[in-house]
Design a binder for this molecule. Structure first.
Ligand code: PLP
Length: 364
């Protein structure tokens, strides 16, 4: 039985009729960019997240970049974030010329350590970017309080947390800006690249709309240098179909995750920790192990995928080595040595989960 990290084909088969119809509707309409599907999806996402505005853009990376640009962040500014994330979080900071200030993570949730974030604030700090890693919201109540007290922007990286909530309020609705990715393997994924920014701020939303469309408020009038970063209508139409199922899919991810966790405890493996402050939507199911290579190899030998997210924290990446020289973030460094992610997706069956557990059990 081969088990991949994610089975996009299974989800397509389930929704095929509706997705195919949505795609042909766009083809028939000939509205491909900034058309009615994009607009409808933005409205539906704003209602889903409970925010005033959402703006579709070309990717999660662009969502972060445009959010920071719209907020006026620039060279000389410091932005506090986690080193235990995908590179895009820090790339966006670098794109606007600002400096990423990496602080260590909580060893249980793998999310940014709030106390360390607060200690890292200087007079140059302008924003904090928490990443809701693997689908578990960062500790947003204290984070928001710290941002409010220090006049900092809170920019949420929600690339992995679409549909997650913290204290009943959706991720993406807590910060000044929320940044989403619709990369195909994400909890809400399209059939290419896509992203979205959420905000309650009218001026920021307007600025992002201008920036994503070549700095243009009026056709062929350009007041600022913008970008070509729109969520196209084909992707929006597909996302509209999938959004209707997102809560059910996330719930099924949780059921599968809990089935793993209940058995892994018996094997002495540290299952993902749920801090109980919100709802973890398990974009990844990431455990802590001491014998990672043995488990990874045993799974591979049985046709089962597993992956390391992330093997190298950002402060140790070649691109940041110079600017972060001498920086020691021991929790991130140790966590990177021990994490292993197992297949997780809504369509994963009990039989597949049990098979993964059986192979791990034998390997140990
Ligand atoms: C935490 C995080 N931030 C940002 C991104 C960037 O999203 P995209 O791939 O859509 O550009 C990703 C994508 O993997 C991510 O995991």
């Amino acid at each position: 039985m081969n088990i991949p990290m994610v089975d996009l084909g299974a989800q397509y088969q389930e929704l095929k009729e509706d997705i195919d119809q949505a795609i042909s509707g766009v083809l028939d309409s000939s509205y491909f960019v900034l058309g009615p599907q994009g607009k409808a999806f933005e409205e539906e996402m704003a209602a889903y997240l409970g925010v005033k505005h959402t703006v579709g853009v070309a990717s999660g990376t662009d969502a972060l970049h445009l959010a920071l640009r719209a907020a006026g962040l620039t060279a000389g500014d410091e932005i506090i974030t986690t080193p235990f994330t995908f590179i895009a979080t820090a790339e966006a900071i670098a794109y606007v010329g600002a400096t990423p200030v990496f602080v260590d993570i909580d060893p249980k949730t793998f999310n940014i350590d709030i106390q360390l974030a607060e200690k890292a604030i200087t007079e140059k700090t302008k924003a904090i970017i928490p990443v809701h890693l693997f689908g578990q919201p960062a500790d947003l109540t204290p984070l928001k309080a710290i941002c409010d007290a220090n006049d900092l922007l809170l920019v949420e990286d929600c690339a992995q947390s679409c549909g997650a909530n913290y204290a009943g309020k959706m991720t993406g609705a807590w910060g000044d800006l929320g940044c989403f990715s619709f990369f195909p393997s994400k909890n809400l994924g399209c059939f290419g690249d896509g992203g979205l920014i959420s905000t309650d701020d009218d001026a920021l939303a307007e600025e992002i709309r201008v920036l994503r469309n070549h700095g243009s408020r009026e056709r062929y009038h350009h007041s600022i240098i913008g970008m070509n970063s729109r969520l196209d209508d084909l992707q929006a139409a597909i996302l509209r179909v999938k959004l209707k199922h997102l809560d059910r899919f996330n719930q099924q991810r949780r059921v599968n995750a809990h089935r793993y966790s209940s058995k892994l405890a018996e094997l002495g493996i540290t299952a993902p920790y749920e801090d109980g402050k919100g709802v973890h939507v398990y974009h990844q199911y990431t455990m802590l192990v001491d014998n990672r290579e043995v488990i990874h190899q045993a799974l591979a030998d049985s046709g089962i995928a597993s992956a390391v997210y992330y093997p190298i924290p950002l402060h140790q990446q070649a691109v940041f080595k110079e600017s972060c020289s001498g920086l020691s973030l021991p929790v991130s460094e140790q966590t990177a040595q021990r994490v292993l992610s197992l297949p997780i997706y809504p369509e994963l069956t009990d039989g597949q989960v049990d098979r993964v557990l059986e192979v791990i059990s034998k390997a140990l």
